[in-house]
Structure formats: structure tokens, C-alpha cells
Ligand binder design. Structure first.
Ligand SMILES: Nc1ncnc2c1ncn2[C@@H]1O[C@H](COP(=O)(O)OP(=O)(O)OP(=O)(O)O)[C@@H](O)[C@H]1O
Ligand SMILES: O=P(O)(O)OC[C@H]1O[C@H](OP(=O)(O)O)[C@H](O)[C@@H]1O
Length: 210
């Protein structure tokens, strides 16, 4: 962790797990529609405060048709990681992913942070933030295959590897499953209900909101 981050933690008295806000982790198999459902909610909640969609850092070139993220080369990612730039980081599909350390401040300020996470990052998430909601987006296997092929972001081999990838989500009271095999709006509205509950919850426990 960078010295400045350590000093800031000392000054603010912050400690893990970070309290006040709610972290909503969106997880599920590739192609289930995690980004699609988050985009739907971002648009619908545009004029509401209290919620932040986290911009991820990925070692993948940006792609205008897909998620809007920051890009770092492999070595630069590792350098940033070693300096404490990320609240959480993981690897998947031969790529590195990170959430900026500023997420801690978002949560400490009593806000709701939303991000697309690897299922493998959930244990670290649950250690870092006191209140998390895990939204598992699912879709039938044949639907996943059709969607990944139609999206066209990966090669056929990469799509097959994504379809073969499984990762358990440890069941708990904090897990909500939304089936997105049907219309985007159906799953999107279910997700918005979860986000609104999180905003209301954060309002009740936060010492103040910005
Ligand atoms: N309900 C839906 N109806 C029709 N198409 C959908 C629906 N949800 C998502 N899609 C499409 O399926 C494809 C995969 O969706 P998306 O990229 O959101 O999935 P993802 O879960 O974020 O996948 P990954 O983990 O690979 O990033 C996209 O092309 C998207 O437009
Ligand atoms: O299979 P698991 O580990 O749950 O998820 C792995 C990764 O796959 C997806 O990445 P992308 O957005 O498709 O690059 C998720 O966002 C996550 O980062």
C-alpha cells in the first residue's frame, strides 16, 4: 500500500472492514448479462445520488462496444497493484482486473458502489466491506453460448473457454440470484430494486452522505 494511503487510513481512522455504505458485486458466468444489467440500471438511476458504478482497470484494450474501463499493460498493472492502487484485484481469462482503492472512500462515505466482480474475488470482498450484496446474474447455457457468439468480442476458442469456466458462489444471505435468460428489462428492474434497497440501507447506517 502506498505511504499516502497508509497515512490517510491513519488520519481517518478507517479500518477493515470498511463500514457505512454497501458494495453490490455483480457476478455470474460470462455472457449472462452483467454489464448489460448494470448499464440498464446506470441509465435508469442517472439522476439519483448515492450510487457509484466503479470504473475497473483491466489489462485489455478498451473496446467502444463493450464495458468502459481503464486499461493498463501487464507490467504497469503489477506496479500499480504493488503500490496499493487497488481495493480488490483478480485474474481471469488471461487478464488482470482491479477496482481502484478510492472505492474504500465511497463506502466509508455511506454510498453504494457497484462493480462486476470475479466470483473468485468474493471472499476478499466480504473481508474488505462490512455490508455487501452479491447479485448473481444467470442465464440458461444455450443462451450464454448464443450471446457470447453474437457479442463477437472473443475468438471462438475464447468463447468456448468462457462457457467451460465454472466458479462457485458461496451461498449466503447476501446472495440474490437474477435470471436474465429473458428480456433485459425484466432482469434490469429486479436489479434496480436491489440497488434502491441498498441506497436506503446506506442512508440509515451512514454518519453522513455526500
Ligand atoms: N436480456 C438480454 N437479452 C438479449 N441480449 C442480451 C441480454 N442480456 C445481455 N445480452 C447480450 O448478451 C451479450 C453478453 O452480455 P454482457 O456482455 O452484458 O455479459 P457479461 O455477463 O457482462 O459477460 P462477460 O462476463 O463476458 O463480460 C451482449 O452482447 C449483450 O448485449
Ligand atoms: O468467471 P469469474 O471468475 O466469476 O469472472 C471472471 C471475470 O469475467 C468477467 O470479465 P469480463 O468482463 O468478461 O472481462 C468478470 O467481470 C470477471 O472479472
Amino acid at each position: 500500500m502506498m505511504v499516502s494511503a497508509l497515512i490517510e487510513r491513519e488520519l481517518t481512522g478507517a479500518a477493515f472492514p470498511v463500514r457505512n455504505g454497501v458494495f453490490i458485486a455483480v457476478v455470474g458466468p460470462s455472457g449472462a448479462g452483467k454489464d448489460t444489467i448494470m448499464d440498464y440500471a446506470r441509465e435508469k438511476l442517472r439522476d439519483e445520488g448515492g450510487v457509484e458504478f466503479v470504473r475497473r482497470v483491466i489489462t485489455r484494450p478498451s473496446d467502444a462496444s463493450s464495458e468502459d474501463h481503464d486499461t493498463l499493460a501487464d507490467a504497469a498493472f503489477e506496479e500499480a497493484e504493488s503500490h496499493g492502487a487497488f481495493a480488490l484485484s483478480w485474474t481471469a481469462h488471461g487478464l488482470k482486473y482491479g477496482l481502484p482503492a478510492s472505492v474504500d472512500k465511497t463506502i466509508a462515505n455511506g454510498r453504494v458502489a457497484i462493480a462486476n466482480l470475479s466470483r473468485g474475488a468474493l471472499p476478499a470482498l466480504r473481508e474488505r466491506y462490512a455490508t455487501v450484496a452479491i447479485v448473481e446474474i444467470t442465464a440458461r447455457h444455450e443462451v450464454l453460448a448464443e450471446r457470447l457468439a453474437a457479442r463477437g468480442r472473443e475468438s471462438r476458442g475464447e468463447v468456448l473457454a468462457r462457457l467451460a469456466r465454472t466458479a462457485p458462489v458461496e451461498r449466503g444471505a447476501d446472495v440474490i440470484t437474477i435470471d436474465n435468460s429473458g428480456a433485459r428489462e425484466d432482469a434490469g428492474e429486479q436489479f434496480i430494486t436491489v440497488v434502491r434497497k441498498a441506497i436506503a440501507h446506506a442512508d440509515t447506517v451512514a454518519p453522513f452522505s455526500q
